[in-house]
Ligand binder design. Structure first.
Ligand code: DWN
Ligand code: ZN
Length: 414
């Protein structure tokens, strides 16, 4: 069984403190999705953690019922977005937009929480802003510091915010992309933002959007690293609790559909987009428990259809591999019980993952070049959120008859 300090059961909603939680989905015991294994560790017992998802009937926040210690998941981290052209373009555009919105001056401080290898900060550095990163992954913070992006290796908390303010100053821009969903103590985190954000500054954050997750049945976004699945309704309520104001919101296409939120300490002019997105959420009945019970049925259907397709191809002796050893891919594999009997291997561009085995299903990972060398009949696109980029990159594979299988957002062969 798991060490009790490594996993804690949630009794109350992490946003509003209510005990009125509805458990609506159980994806089963699963290893942490970035827990890749070295060859000689494959025969050791792995730790499995529950993936139970709840809906708070009071504030509407969808959240995991168990919290795995961040030390288990983030101390040594294998995910780096900078290997993707899509993400490089996305981050550069985000930096340009932030600078334009705030009319920043050279030397203003930008703080990036969950700064990874410093990719987003480098876009601000190019605009001559003072940059500072915070990230709990020792390997990534070390690399960022070596590459000239000053990075504090820690989890962002209110206490750390006080230290940063004392040592540096308040930040004109605080960014946190794909971070808020990972935070357990949201109150402490937002207090930290308040301490560090300048009065005329903006906190800009991005996270996967619940409406996209529900509509496209992106159940593979649900894993231990993501503790909350936000819609704007509970997010705005949570901000209000900390006297923070949501002044703008924008839907962005990354990671299957995310939202970019703009948060201020001052009650300024609020964009019409905030009202519009709240209306959309009402229309999609995000506060109705039935919405989540229907989602559960759709998740089951995706598994059934995908497994049927893969088994059918295997019976015809077709060779199938995977593309993108993503965290979400590992959820698909574990939930659908797809292992090396079905996928010979997975190719991935991140060097930290190559030569290792996927958690739970133990599929070997190779560099992307292997796809053209082997020319398998079918490739299951586990990083379906980068379908356009990957399919374009692999034109040769398709020219030689190779086909991609997409399970999400809709089962398709291309
Ligand atoms: O929030 C999180 C998000 C943003 O990223 C984290 N908790 C973990 C991580 O999730 P993920 O691993 O599901 O992210 P990605 O970005 O969907 O992973 C894509 C994978 O595909 C990476 O391992 C890199 C790989 N890839 C590739 O091999 N060739 C990606 C591209 C674009 C490529 O061309
Ligand atoms: Zn709640």
């Amino acid at each position: 069984m798991n060490n009790s300090k490594e996993v804690v059961k949630l009794e109350l909603c992490r946003a509003c403190g209510s005990g009125n939680l509805l458990l609506f989905l159980q994806l089963g015991p699963t290893p942490v999705p970035n827990g890749f294994l070295r060859a000689h560790h494959r025969h050791r017992a792995e730790k499995f953690y529950p993936l139970d998802v709840c809906f708070c009937k009071d504030c509407g926040l969808v959240q995991l019922a168990h919290v795995v210690s961040p030390k288990v998941m983030f101390k040594n981290y294998v995910y780096i977005p900078s290997t993707s052209e899509t993400m490089l373009t996305h981050f550069a555009a985000l930096a340009r937009q932030a600078i334009k919105k705030l009319n920043t001056e050279e030397g203003d401080l930008v703080l990036d929480i969950g700064s990874n290898d410093g990719t987003l900060l480098n876009s601000f550095k190019a605009q001559k802003m003072k940059i500072l990163g915070v990230d709990p992954a020792e390997n990534l913070a070390k690399k960022a510091n070596q590459d000239g992006v000053e990075t504090i290796c820690a989890l962002f908390t209110k206490e750390l915010a006080k230290e940063i303010r004392k040592k540096y100053r308040q930040a004109k821009i605080i960014t946190a992309t794909n971070v808020v969903a990972h935070v357990h103590d949201l109150d402490n985190f937002l207090e930290g933002i308040k301490i560090l954000l300048a009065d005329d500054g903006l906190f800009i954050s991005e996270f996967p959007y619940l409406i996209d997750l529900l509509e496209k049945v992106e159940f593979d976004t649900i894993y231990q690293e993501h503790l909350s699945y936000f819609s704007i309704y509970p997010f705005e309520k949570l901000l209000a609790k900390h006297a923070l104001v949501l002044i703008d919101v924008q839907r962005v296409p990354v990671h299957g559909g995310s939202v970019r939120v703009f948060v201020s300490k001052k009650p300024g002019r609020v964009s019409r987009r905030v009202k519009k997105i709240l209306q959309l959420e009402k229309k999609r009945e995000i506060l109705n428990p039935q919405t989540y019970l229907k989602f559960r049925k759709r998740v089951d259907r995706v598994r059934h259809e995908l497994v049927q397709l893969l088994w059918g191809l295997r019976l015809k002796n077709k060779k199938i591999v995977g593309y993108g050893a993503s965290a979400k891919g590992n959820i698909i594999l574990n939930y659908c019980r797809i292992g090396p009997e079905t996928l010979d291997y997975i190719v991935d561009s991140i060097p930290y993952k190559q030569g290792k085995y996927t958690p739970g299903m133990h599929i070997p990972i190779y560099p992307e070049a292997k796809l053209l060398e082997d020319q398998p009949d079918y490739t299951l696109l586990l990083a379906w959120n980068f379908a356009d980029e990957i399919i374009k990159k692999q034109t040769e594979y398709r020219k030689h008859g190779g086909k991609f299988i997409l399970a999400i957002p809709k089962l398709a062969i291309v």
